[in-house]
Ligand binder design. Structure first.
Ligand SMILES: O=C(O)Cc1cc(O)ccc1O
Ligand SMILES: [Fe+2]
Length: 441
């Protein structure tokens, strides 16, 4: 392990960072000296094509004890049947419809962060590097001498219960509920569970990497500010022990056995990096006179597709905030959406669904399927006396993609699926009675 096995961070989003766990390990003024300091090997990890425009060009230079070819032997196929990849249309026999689940229970057998991954939805095509998958994870076992990397996309991890200690090639991320982290495509890592068990959500993004949304007329501040993103300083393991490296590659899994830790990067520089972000540092902007804006104002990170304004996937949150709009139905309006909305609740209550959507739970409102506040929510919001009101101690989020999200068989047959979810709208009455006031009795 590096010096003292603690995590430390550098602020900024998309920066060109440099960091060394031992002084004097980074070559200066060049990337590939004839011999690197300390006898380290130089290696480039590219997250974009070499020729990508400067604004989207991502790569890091890693100075490591062994080159990555030594962390990869012969691969053999392994099965992780609950981690699914697109295309998997109609993996579930369930007809289309609004869907909601209570939290996935912890399994009886001990599983680590990788074996504990359960795919709920898939969208797009992993082979075409477009689309995403929504997962929930339930983990009870540390990855000790077990390592993993995902060639299929970056992983945006949203802890809901229990902290995660994510050892990556570039350093250590300590992540707690109400924080998130992003692990880049191809980066080796392992996850420990300081609280013994952990549950949360993962967005696997097959497409272009997450970036900060443009703010337009909002200006240079608010929403997610770049300095609140934290990238770890270099940390390494110099560990000679029988170990496994599992790889996800085009939807399949392979394992290779090696005799040492692959987390052996002593120093690195570059902009292809893991990072974490505290959702409490998001500065929401909203309606300060009337009406309910589109939820895109709460976008933390967006992964663009090739089409302007049309995200491969957006990561959107619904954080604590003041509601002040006058003469306004304040919860989300009823709507149908070309994009597909997978939601989770980290803590508290969500204003459109005060009952039934519980922390650790999930919902899916797919392409063009109607949804909005439940009958109780509509009733309450339509009659509420409208003073300034704080929505407090709450944090919901959404993975919203331009592509339809297909349910997995696991999601469709999960025992915590609420078969009666649709009934939450049953009590919505006809109020139209031919008079301008309508019928509010
Ligand atoms: O469906 C949802 O609850 C998410 C959502 C919230 C909102 O404020 C507006 C639109 C929207 O899809
Ligand atoms: Fe919605």
């Amino acid at each position: 392990m590096s010096a003292d096995n603690t995590s430390a961070y550098m602020p900024g989003f998309g920066n060109d960072f440099e960091t060394e766990a031992l002084p004097g390990t980074l070559p200066q003024g060049q990337n590939s000296p004839q011999r690197c300091p300390y006898g380290l090997y130089a290696e480039q990890l590219s997250g974009s094509p070499f020729t990508a425009p400067r604004a989207t060009n991502e790569r890091s230079w890693l100075y490591r004890i062994r080159p990555s070819v030594k962390h990869s032997g012969r691969y053999k196929a392994v099965d992780l049947p609950l981690w699914k990849s697109a295309p998997a249309p109609f993996d579930s026999e369930l007809p289309i419809g609004q869907t909601r689940w209570d939290p996935v229970p912890y399994p009886a057998e001990a599983v680590d962060f990788i074996a504990g991954m359960r795919t709920m939805t898939t969208a797009g095509d992993v082979h075409g590097q477009a689309g995403m998958a929504s997962h929930t994870y339930v983990a009870t076992l540390d990855m000790q001498d077990a390592y993993f990397f995902n060639a299929d996309g970056e992983l945006l991890v949203v802890p809901q219960e229990g902290r995660l200690r994510v050892f990556t090639e570039l350093g250590i991320l300590d992540v707690a509920p109400l924080e998130i982290c992003v692990i880049p495509r191809g980066m080796v890592f392992r996850v420990e569970l300081p609280d013994g068990r952990a549950r949360g959500y993962v967005c696997e993004n097959y497409g272009a990497t997450f970036t900060l949304p443009d703010r337009g007329p909002i200006g240079a501040n608010c929403l997610a500010n770049p300095r609140d993103f934290k990238t770890p300083t270099a940390a390494f393991e110099d560990k000679e022990k029988p170990s496994t490296v599992t790889v996800k590659w085009c939807g399949r899994f392979y394992v290779t056995e090696i005799g040492h830790s692959p987390l052996d990067v002593v120093a690195w520089h570059g902009n292809y990096v893991p990072y974490k972000y505290d959702l409490r540092t998001f500065s929401p902007v909203g309606a300060i006179l009337f009406d309910h804006p589109d939820p895109s104002i709460f976008t933390v990170l967006t992964a663009p597709s090739g089409e302007p304004g049309t995200a491969n996937v957006d990561f959107v949150i619904f954080p604590p905030r003041w509601m002040v709009a006058e003469n306004t139905f304040r919860p989300p309006w009823y709507h149908r959406n070309i994009m597909s909305e997978f939601m989770g609740l980290i803590t508290g209550q969500y204003d459109a669904k005060e009952q039934g959507f519980i922390p650790g739970g999930m919902s899916l409102h797919n392409m063009m399927l109607p949804h909005g506040p439940d009958a109780d929510g509509f009733e309450k919001a339509s009659r509420a006396e409208l003073g300034p009101q704080k929505l407090d101690a709450t944090m919901a989020f959404m993975f919203e993609t331009r592509l339809p999200q297909h349910l997995t068989d696991f999601a469709g047959s999960l025992e915590t699926r609420q078969e009666d979810y649709i009934d939450c709208w049953a009590g919505l009455k006809k109020r139209f009675n031919g008079t301008p006031e309508g019928d509010w009795d």
